[in-house]
Design a protein around this ligand. Structure first.
Ligand SMILES: *Cc1c(COP(=O)(O)O)cnc(C)c1O
Length: 455
């Protein structure tokens, strides 16, 4: 008992030198992204007006399984990587489960979440091609905080559109972004056409990621030498996040075990894909049987109850058309406290994998997520982000199934962030002010009907 290892770490040299691009190994590749005007398959050049060129090429790369991590990016990774892989002995004991539960702790990054893994890469590629200004959107503020730090590290000016409800619920994330030197605007704002349109139609609109994305893209495409960046959903974002799973793969080797299940919470898919894809590679190439489980909020259930179709990534329809599981780009999610999971669609890679049965999805009610988060905090000493609580709840469900069946399964989940700046949400939960939000099948069908077939 006393000699058991709890944390598994890697040396600096063992931090990955390559990201893993699962598109190269997928048997059914994701369907093409379509140009919103011509409806023709997108070429990298079509994305250059919005994104840095190298990121545009990564987005559509279905050939190269390994993409080298630039040395400048790896240097910044070394400030906080590798992140620990931890055996959750405290949680196991509390649950009385025979399962072995491990978590990868991405909350140790300087900004408190996994988002920095892609923020550093995106800021680097923008700087490298001579871009001076970047824009983005942020929900709960985790992505905005990560990008603010990364932009400063590479000397870029950053403008962030922050979803209004989060701007008000999470004022300290705004302060963090401003401390790093970013300009932050509540979205919808009157500073863009997309913002004005929605505010005049719905004056009390509390904002959504979809609207904030429209505003940030509009600013980028109307400002010289300015590019847009995105914190989730897109394939290049998930590519950068595979550093999580590649490290975890080496760390799991140190434990002498291999995961039977890999679990991640799900907003657009970047932390889930980041921890899963390096392990899924072995399912695809060597026939391993690991299960991959995405945990999404019951109030925003695109994977479990959405429809697979072409849809826009944003509210105004500025993005390419993406083949994905979606609730409709006009979907206004309930004001749950896991702001980072309030997005209508899923990335194209995970959408294809789900369609092909290579992964599963579960939905978690808001109250269950916080209950799981509190149990984790009390047994492991880390207060998880409200988003991460969804992964914990799914891991606990699986560990409880092992208790019933007596199976000693190995469960790995990603702790995508800590919740120390989300204590207002915990306060509300503890004082009984949080509720579950139910969504009827009719609501979902009506919403999808409104957008219709876009292709
Ligand atoms: C943004 C965020 C998420 C959701 O985004 P994904 O791209 O699905 O990973 C999850 N957890 C935390 C802590 C986040 O900040």
């Amino acid at each position: 008992m006393s000699n058991r290892t709890k944390r598994f770490m890697l040396s600096e040299e063992e931090i990955p030198h390559y990201w893993y691009n699962i598109q190269a190994d997928m048997i059914n590749k994701p369907m093409p992204l379509l140009h919103p005007g011509t409806k023709q398959p997108l070429k990298p050049e079509d994305l250059y007006p919005i994104f840095a060129k190298e990121l545009s090429r990564q987005e559509l790369n279905q050939k190269d399984a390994w993409i080298e991590i630039p040395e400048e990016v790896r240097e910044l990774y070394k400030n906080y990587r590798c992140t620990p892989l931890v055996r959750a002995y405290g949680l196991e004991k509390e649950l009385g489960t025979p399962a072995h539960i491990y978590f990868k702790n991405e909350s140790v990054s300087p900004v408190g979440s996994h988002k920095l893994n892609s923020a550093i890469a995106q800021a680097y590629y923008c700087k490298k091609e001579g871009v001076t200004n970047i824009t983005t959107e942020t929900g709960a503020g985790q992505w905005g905080a990560a990008l603010s730090y990364a932009a400063k590290a590479f000397g870029l000016e950053l403008a962030v559109y922050m979803v209004k409800i989060s701007y008000e619920q999470k004022p300290y994330r705004r302060s963090i972004m401003q401390t790093f030197g970013a300009q932050v605007t509540a979205s919808p704002s009157m500073s863009t056409r997309a913002g004005k349109d929605i505010l005049t139609a719905h004056p009390n609109y509390q904002g959504s990621l979809g609207t904030a994305i429209s505003e940030a893209i509009e600013l980028a495409t109307t400002t010289p030498n300015c590019k847009y960046t995105l914190g989730s959903v897109l394939s290049h974002v998930t590519l950068h996040q595979t550093v999580i799973g590649l490290e975890a793969e080496k760390q799991m080797q140190m434990t002498g075990e291999y995961p039977d299940m890999v679990i991640g919470c799900f907003g657009g898919g970047s932390n889930f894909g980041g921890i899963s894809f390096p392990f899924m590679r072995h399912n695809i190439l060597e026939g391993k049987k690991t299960r991959f489980i995405a945990a999404e909020p019951a109030s925003c259930p695109k994977l479990t109850r959405g429809k697979f179709q072409y849809d826009f990534g944003d509210e105004a329809g500025y993005t390419p058309l993406l083949p994905m599981f979606t609730l409709g780009h006009n979907f206004a999610p309930a004001n749950i406290h896991a702001g980072g999971l309030r997005y209508h669609g899923a990335g194209v890679i995970v959408s294809q994998l789900l369609k092909d049965g290579l992964m599963e999805a579960v939905d978690i009610e808001q109250l269950d997520s916080f209950e799981a988060g509190c149990l984790f905090a009390q047994t492991e000493g880390i207060i998880p982000a409200p988003e991460s609580c969804h992964a914990i709840a799914a891991a606990i469900q699986e560990a409880n199934k092992c208790k019933e069946s007596g199976e000693e399964k190995v469960i790995l989940f990603n702790l995508s962030g800590h919740g120390l700046i989300d204590m207002v949400s915990y306060d509300k939960y503890l004082s009984g002010d949080l509720v579950n939000y139910s969504l009827s099948d009719e609501d979902i069908a009506d919403n999808l009907e409104k957008i219709g077939d876009l292709v």
